[in-house]
Design a binder for this molecule. Structure first.
Ligand SMILES: [Mg+2]
Length: 130
């Protein structure tokens, strides 16, 4: 499974990278939305993990741009990872095209659950997490 994390905070990137290593998933990193979209356009990913607050375009804008890309790139599952707890956050993310939202600090179990859920919904393939 190919996963990309678009996140401006280096410590947060390391935390998610370390968690994904526990389940043998290698993660590509991008420091901002533009760089992430370039990487996603260049080679397909199975899952995009997207921060919301970043320099340059924010996460919701990046998701909208991803959803406007040609198929099959536009169908890549996207999970938002954010510390934002606004009441309408989930609706905003959903409207932008996100599949799910994880709140920081992300727990390993929550990350595994969301990966399994999104992957199952997206492809119908069986997950191979262990
Ligand atoms: Mg950020």
């Amino acid at each position: 499974m190919r996963v990309i994390l678009v996140e401006d905070d280096a410590l947060n990137r390391r935390v998610v990278r370390d968690m994904l290593q526990v389940i043998d998933i290698d993660m590509v990193e991008a420091e901002n939305g533009e760089a992430g979209l370039d990487l996603i356009a260049a080679s397909p990913f199975d899952l995009v993990l997207m921060d919301l607050r970043m320099p340059g375009i924010d996460g919701l804008t990046a998701i909208r741009r991803l959803r406007a890309m040609p198929s099959p790139i536009c169908d890549t599952p996207v999970v938002v990872i954010t510390a934002d707890t606004a009441p309408d956050l989930k609706a905003q993310c959903s409207a932008a095209g996100a599949d799910d939202v994880l709140l920081k600090p992300v727990a390993l179990n929550a990350l595994i659950d969301v990966i399994a859920r999104v992957a199952a919904a997206g492809s119908g393939d069986e997950m191979m997490l262990d």
